[in-house]
Design a binder for this molecule. Structure first.
Ligand SMILES: CC(C)(COP(=O)(O)OP(=O)(O)OC[C@H]1O[C@@H](n2cnc3c(N)ncnc32)[C@H](O)[C@@H]1OP(=O)(O)O)[C@@H](O)C(=O)NCCC(=O)NCCS
Length: 182
């Protein structure tokens, strides 16, 4: 298995390990961070299972799922989690997802994270299309993706089933050739 390491100016990405469960729970267990996600805040046990599944997925051939710890390059703390899921039927294309601990918000870290994920997907994985789906109400995610160069494609109706019912999504995408030109 190839270990993932991807460095940016203030963040880096690496594969999650069982040692990251508490740091990931600080994100996925926080109702502020899951507000726009299609699930309620996760318990420590649920995050632990998610990490086990991520470790298994990292060993799969071909590898389709990357669950990555987002690490502050200066302090070496895990500050968030990123996901990249290659579509088995469309292996040139992957969905990205990302979340930061709320104490990181509002300083441009989210925009840097989207930029780093695009760089990882296009340069390291050789993908052609990266896309992300956000809640229509998620303004910070909208601005982070737009500023990082992911254009809005439109609305997918009833895209997800959440504990509160069906939720539509706004889809953003970036294409490798456009991204290279930027
Ligand atoms: C989405 C997320 C990663 C953004 O992280 P962040 O570090 O706050 O993002 P940035 O600081 O780069 O801000 C991005 C933009 O949103 C704006 N913004 C940030 N927080 C905001 C808020 N609460 N209200 C309005 N605008 C906000 C910033 O001003 C910036 O706009 P600009 O590009 O015009 O300057 C973060 O909010 C998060 O982790 N949310 C929970 C998980 C989530 O929703 N993930 C996205 C799933 S698609």
């Amino acid at each position: 298995m190839r270990r993932v390491v991807c460095h940016g100016a203030r963040l880096s990405l690496r594969d999650v390990t069982p040692a990251d469960v508490a740091a990931l729970h600080a994100v996925y267990g926080d109702p502020r961070a899951t507000q726009h996600m299609p699930f309620r805040p996760l318990t420590l046990d649920e995050v632990s299972r998610l990490v086990e599944e991520a470790v298994d997925a990292a060993a799969a051939e071909p590898r389709l799922l990357y669950v990555l710890a987002v690490v502050d390059s200066e302090r070496h703390h895990v500050v968030g989690v990123a996901r990249l899921h290659i579509e088995a039927e469309h292996p040139h294309s992957a969905e990205i997802g990302f979340g930061l601990h709320p104490d990181q918000w509002g300083r441009g870290v989210g925009t840097d994270l989207v930029r780093l994920l695009l760089s990882f997907g296009f340069k390291q994985l050789g993908l052609h299309r990266l896309w992300g789906a956000r809640s229509p109400a998620n303004l910070p995610a909208q601005l982070a993706m737009l500023t990082a160069g992911m254009v809005e494609e439109g609305r997918v109706r009833h895209h997800l089933r959440t504990p509160d019912g069906w939720r539509g999504s706004i889809v953003h995408s970036a294409l490798e050739d456009e991204w290279t030109e930027r």
